[in-house]
Unconditional design. Structure first.
Ligand code: NAI
Ligand code: MG
Length: 321
């Protein structure tokens, strides 16, 4: 029995994840879904955003579908999603940017770097330790090389080695790994690279980079394919996998029923690929394409549909294909 942990989380996560779950259960009625309550809403109710028992429930699943969690800007509140990525050692964050003339896979290191969580505050100074390890760099470089090879294409190593020593360390490990793996590569400074990805997306295939750079690059690259409502992601480790839209809980539109469910539905497609159902994932992408072609999209992408209407249209398309 395949079991899927469902974390709707906060804000629009509660609106888009049920749609993704409907799509999954349509294609796989045999899947067992179980909810895990995690997030800021839970923290407000109970004082804890994610308990050790919740982590056990996540570990027990064959895969996790995750909405988004709100992180309030309070000094003593740490992002739950960062904690989960660390606890389950989900070291590779895969963010495909796919659309007209664009097919890029951003491979973001997901457990260290500037999101190491090693930080402290003094009276007149706040510091965060940016930790880049050999093990962390090697395994993300290997994952990126494997993907580049599967796609029959090349690797771009995004970095800021000209200024940051820890990035020179990361870049050099990626270069060595690409050479060992026989994957063609180039290196690029992340600031110029971000602009070039927007201007010449056709030049890029797989881009590997450190945690925060991958986070920023993927949100910027969302511009190429219709915005944050379109981008899915996979967080993969050696033993666990979590699938979530790239976007957050979007408090500005939460509760209005207008969030774009496509990022969440695409995350469900990535979940299926991961569990070996590649035809199912392809079907979902095709259904999303047909729905967009029919003009049934939410306001962020120029349409008038609600989340539920857009979701129902994708399900309809799946039933028709
Ligand atoms: P956000 O991604 O939630 O929203 C940015 C902008 O994009 C907003 O204007 C929002 O309305 C729009 N947007 C996002 N997703 C959309 C969708 N599916 N359909 C239509 N419009 C969409 O990022 P923001 O505002 O920086 O963060 C809000 C909260 O989410 C914060 O508490 C933040 O910490 C959290 N967050 C959580 C993440 C996670 O759980 N993985 C990731 C990013 C942010
Ligand atoms: Mg982000």
């Amino acid at each position: 029995m395949t079991s899927i942990a469902v974390v709707v989380g906060d804000g629009i996560g509660q609106e888009v994840i049920p749609v993704a779950q409907d799509v999954l259960s349509l294609l796989h009625p045999e899947y067992e879904f179980y909810p895990v309550e995690i997030g800021y809403g839970k923290w407000k109710k109970t004082g804890v955003a994610c308990t050790p028992d919740d982590i056990v429930l996540l570990r027990d699943a064959d895969a996790i579908i995750f909405g988004a969690v709100t992180t309030p800007p309070a000094a003593d509140y740490r992002s739950v999603v960062l904690e989960i990525r660390k606890e389950l050692d989900l070291y590779a964050n895969l963010r495909p940017i796919k659309g007209d003339g664009v097919d890029i896979m951003i491979v973001r290191e997901n457990t260290e770097g500037l999101y190491s969580g090693i930080e402290w505050q003094e009276d007149d100074r706040a510091s965060t330790l940016r930790v880049i390890t050999r093990k962390g760099s090697e395994r993300i470089a290997r994952a990126a090389c494997r993907i580049a090879r599967e796609r029959g294409n090349h690797l771009t190593i995004g970095n800021k080695a000209n200024v940051i020593k820890s990035d020179a360390f990361f870049r050099d490990i990626c270069i060595k790994t690409a050479e060992e793996e026989g994957v063609p590569y180039t290196t690029a400074f992340i600031d110029a690279l971000t602009l070039d990805v927007l201007m010449h997306p056709e030049r890029y295939d797989v881009i590997v980079t450190t945690n925060i750079f991958g986070d920023i690059l993927s949100d910027a690259a969302a511009y190429l394919v219709g915005g944050l409502g379109m981008l899915p992601s996979a967080n993969i480790g050696d033993s666990h996998a979590l699938f979530e839209p790239v976007h957050g809980s979007a408090p500005d539109i939460a509760g209005k029923g207008i969030a774009n469910p496509v990022a969440a539905i695409r995350s469900a497609a990535m979940l299926l690929s991961h569990l070996g159902d590649i035809p199912g994932a392809t079907l979902i992408e095709e259904a999303i394409r047909l729905t967009a072609e029919a003009g049934i999209t939410t306001p962020d992408t120029g349409g008038k549909a609600t989340t539920k209407e857009a979701g129902a249209a994708v399900i309809d398309a799946l039933l028709r294909i």
